[in-house]
Design a protein around this ligand. Structure first.
Ligand code: NAP
Length: 295
């Protein structure tokens, strides 16, 4: 069997076209467009390229963006002041603090300084709590992108047995909550480094989602024939044949697993583009909610 490629790039393009239409309609009706504020601290090249990609996507959808770029040695107070400036800026509906911060010990405090009504990454405890309760909230972009790619690809979720490998607060854990919610109705097993015999779980699954941050975490022996495989991982693997000296690889042993699965996401071009599309979606949603709360 050769798996169907779940093309995140084209699904995200479809979604971004819908978002651009919603932005144009909002502009025609209210004279305003949604705004995204981005705080970038330091000059980590990966963070810089993620922020540039997000700002380009905003521009293409007609969303205004404002970036506050701070030096790596900025103090906690300076970073908090940048967040507060975006909280107070009426043209900004959504705020994103690009992680990791050079000083990761202040990340929690910085995230908690974001107005929950503008928390388009969905990391503020208010939004996490509301999501767990099944109340309207901002859902973190990568897990939301995984659910959206499965939906748009027509993969049945109700009653499906899903194994998620990785329990981080930004991917695995929120994804396990989303998938098990009433209305989505999957049965979820969440695996991590202390799970005994991960393969025993993944071999039983209709859908396996891997977000571990390690190449080859999922091999062909670990999936049953016909399973759907979603690879969230983005790893820089040394590769002398590339100008950059590395290539991007996911967490799944793609060639071997795609010969056994019924559908699989590639890396790059799978979950990554969906994450950006969901950020735009959340920004438009934030603008809608803020404007309807103000009227
Ligand atoms: P993270 O915070 O490092 O968490 C990794 C999780 O995977 C942890 O829960 C860890 O378990 C588990 N894990 C690691 N190795 C494992 C193994 N061999 N077997 C079972 N579980 C294992 O990473 P993250 O932020 O969730 O990101 C995961 C990957 O997704 C990374 O490659 C990241 O770059 C990528 N990512 C991609 C996107 C996108 O848009 N495509 C967005 C976000 C992240 P413990 O908890 O026991 O340590």
């Amino acid at each position: 069997m050769s798996a169907r490629i779940l093309d995140g790039k084209s699904i995200a393009a479809e979604l971004r076209a819908e978002i651009a239409a919603a932005v144009a309609a909002m502009k025609a009706a209210t004279g305003r467009v949604p705004g995204l504020g981005v705080v970038l601290v330091g000059d980590n090249p990966a963070s810089r390229s993620y922020v540039t990609a997000k700002e380009k996507a905003c521009a293409a959808a007609g969303i205004h963006s404002r970036e506050i770029n701070l030096p790596a040695q900025s103090s906690r107070e300076e970073i908090l002041a940048a967040v507060r400036a975006l909280n107070a800026d009426d043209a900004i509906d959504g705020i994103l603090v690009q992680l990791p911060l050079p000083d990761s010990s202040i990340e929690r405090e910085v995230i908690e300084a974001i107005d929950p009504a503008k928390d388009v990454d969905g990391f503020h405890p208010t939004n996490v709590g509301r999501m767990v309760l099944g109340l309207p909230s901002f859902v973190p972009c990568t897990p939301n992108g995984v659910v959206e790619i499965l939906r748009r690809a027509g993969v049945p979720l109700a009653g499906a047995s899903v194994v998620v490998v990785g329990r981080s607060q930004i991917v695995g854990r929120p994804l396990s909550i989303l998938l098990s919610q009433k209305g989505v109705d999957a049965t979820v097993t969440l695996c991590h480094t202390r799970t005994k015999d991960i393969a025993r779980h993944t071999r039983e699954a209709d859908i396996v989602v891997v977000a571990a941050g390690r190449p080859h975490t999922l091999t062909a022996e670990m999936v049953r024939p016909g399973a759907v495989v979603i690879d969230v991982g983005v790893n820089r693997v040394p590769d002398a044949s590339k100008a950059a000296g590395y290539r991007l690889a996911g967490d799944v042993d793609f060639d071997a697993v795609s010969a056994k699965a019924s559908a699989i996401t590639p890396v790059p071009g799978g979950v990554g583009p969906m994450t950006i599309a969901m950020l735009l979606h959340n920004t438009v949603e934030a603008a809608r909610r803020r404007r309807s709360a103000a009227s």
